[in-house]
Design a protein around this ligand. Structure first.
Ligand code: LEU
Length: 544
């Protein structure tokens, strides 16, 4: 190659490398990119001083990809690439004055948790580091969700394996459909974080950009999912076998239906996690970087300490400071020691109904942010939201879902496997991981059996969805979960887009951030399982 003149095909290669789907190629080619850019800057004479068309092409290309470099300088788990990106940006800044240099707007992956308390990209923990590398190679990035899940590497492993399978593994739906479904699902909670990620993936997979103009531009087959996506997200108890029938009478095969249902439920519940943990916009996405002084978001990390102290005094004066760890420990101990109370099935049902009714009385924020028009392209009726199960009205008599009649272990698991090969086993592993995960700690205490607390969280979420486990004593929910925490759980599960930092700060105060993320993982999985129980039961009813 004539190095004196950078040919436009070279520029194209540059773009290609940066956006290459195959992350392996991408990291290998990275060396070349750096060299190319280096030679642009340092090369023969000073190419940036000439004003030919190649010059402006180079400038445009560089400008477009600077957010990519900026992101890589933070999220790349390979230290050499991270450092090279940093020095490249510095070099560009000082030598190519025409370029505009952005700064990241958020201070790390979560606006609720100070960056220094989050597992760093270059963590010294080998297992987590390997998972971060895997995630980077899978997704072309180490996204904020993954980094936050890095608190819980055992879970993260299972999560990444499942998500990789759903999006890129064998399965009946083509890749662009999978990402489009992710966008539709995230749209139900206005989760622009996930929408951005999957719009990018959709395009990289060769998806038709015109579909992104709005649902009405997508194929009828995808539009047919609209209704079921909506009820699955907010009122899964309304799913009937007729919904499944409608799809299979159209041109959906049963295994496509099952893959789509799992994808939708996965992204509904991942939206809960994104909001529940205050995940920030990815650096290279719109809003993740800014070309002006990034002052506003800087105050965010500071505000966490000021906010916490001011809200704590405010709340204790309201007598609203919640269950302290000591009380919680004492109650857990008591529950563990007590032998199973002798209660009749009727009493059990009563307890369940009490928790259910109380849940309906919990006031969450009445309105969320009004949806952005970019999101409304995928959401036709944003006002359709969760409604308390007990308020479902009597006209269509929907009974409580009895988990012993249709359970994940005995029914859902094998049905998922039957129509979508490994999905059941992967999900099963992930559910078990989230359900059983414990470090025997609570705040700064060690050797604590937290089973009672964790069961209460899980079963409370199912209760919100009208699912009753008849071997569980729902009285425990009220012993374990104070009202603020119930409100937090209900908001994150049902209306995640309405959650505020204050809500996060005001609950589980003595818990570590990693524990709050742990609770969010349970929330994600319990919601996912709840949605799938309804969806797969309808599939079964349709088949029999
Ligand atoms: C969510 C937390 C209360 C979990 C606790 N740290 C445990 O290891 O069990």
């Amino acid at each position: 190659m004539d190095r004196a003149v950078l040919r436009s095909e070279e520029s194209l290669k540059f773009v290609h490398c940066l956006t290459n789907r195959d992350a392996h190629v991408r990291s290998h080619e990275f060396e070349n990119i750096i060299q190319t850019v280096d030679s642009w800057i340092n090369g023969y004479g000073s190419p940036f001083l000439s004003s030919d068309s190649i010059h402006s092409l180079k400038l445009t290309l560089l400008q477009e990809h600077i957010p990519d470099f900026l992101r890589l300088s933070f999220d790349c788990p390979f230290p050499d690439i991270r450092e090279k990106c940093q020095s490249l940006l510095e070099d560009l800044q000082s030598r190519v004055k025409e370029l505009k240099m952005p700064k990241r707007t958020a201070q790390g992956p979560s606006s609720f948790i100070p960056e220094k308390e989050i597992v760093p990209v270059d963590t010294a923990d080998d297992q987590t580091q390997m998972l971060f590398v895997d995630a980077f190679l899978q997704n072309n990035r180490l996204d904020h969700v993954t980094q936050l899940m890095g608190y819980h590497p055992q879970y993260l492993e299972s999560f990444l394996r499942t998500q990789q399978y759903l999006l890129r593994g064998e399965g009946p739906l083509p890749p662009d459909y999978r990402h489009f479904i992710a966008i539709m699902a995230a749209g139900r909670h206005q989760c622009s974080y996930l929408i951005n990620l999957h719009v990018q993936e959709y395009i990289l997979q060769g998806g038709d950009p015109s579909w992104l103009r709005g649902l009405e531009n997508a194929p009828k087959k995808l539009q047919d999912l609209y209704e079921i996506n909506k009820i699955l997200a907010h009122r899964p108890w309304l799913i009937k076998k007729s919904h499944i029938e409608k799809l299979t009478k159209g041109n959906w095969s049963m295994s496509e239906v099952v893959q789509a249902l799992i994808l939708m439920a996965h992204f509904h519940s991942l939206s809960s996690f994104v909001y529940g943990c205050g995940i920030t916009t990815e650096i290279d996405h719109e809003g993740g970087h800014s070309y002006s002084c990034p002052q506003p978001m800087d105050s965010n990390s500071n505000s966490s300490s000021t906010c916490e102290s001011c809200s704590s005094s405010e709340d204790s004066s309201n007598g609203n400071s919640g269950l302290g760890i000591d009380i919680l420990m004492e109650r857990m101990k008591k529950l563990n020691e007590e032998c199973e109370e002798d209660i009749t099935p009727e009493e059990r049902i009563k307890h369940f109904q009490t928790v259910e009714t109380q849940s309906a009385e919990i006031q969450t924020h009445p309105h969320g942010p009004s949806p952005h028009k970019d999101i409304l392209r995928f959401v036709l009726d944003p006002e359709f939201t969760y409604q308390d199960f007990v308020m479902r009205g009597t006209e269509n008599e929907i009974p409580t879902f009895r988990a012993q009649d249709y359970s994940w272990d005995d029914h859902g698991f094998s049905l998922a496997n039957r129509y979508y090969s490994e999905s059941g086993s992967l999900l099963d592993d992930k559910f078990n991981m989230a359900y059983n995960l414990t470090y025997y700690t609570l705040g700064d205490r060690k050797n604590v059996d937290t089973t009672a607390f964790r069961r209460a969280v899980w079963n409370y979420i199912h209760c919100i969805y009208g699912i009753r486990h008849d071997d569980y004593n729902y009285k425990e929910v009220n012993e374990m979960l104070e009202r603020n925490l119930k409100a937090y759980i209900k908001t994150v599960t049902c209306y995640p887009e309405r959650l505020t930092k204050k809500d996060y700060d005001n609950v589980m105060r003595e818990f570590k951030h990693s524990e709050k993320v742990h609770v969010n993982l349970m929330l994600l999985e319990a919601r996912l399982q709840g949605e799938l129980l309804y969806a797969l039961r309808a599939v079964m009813q349709h088949m029999t």
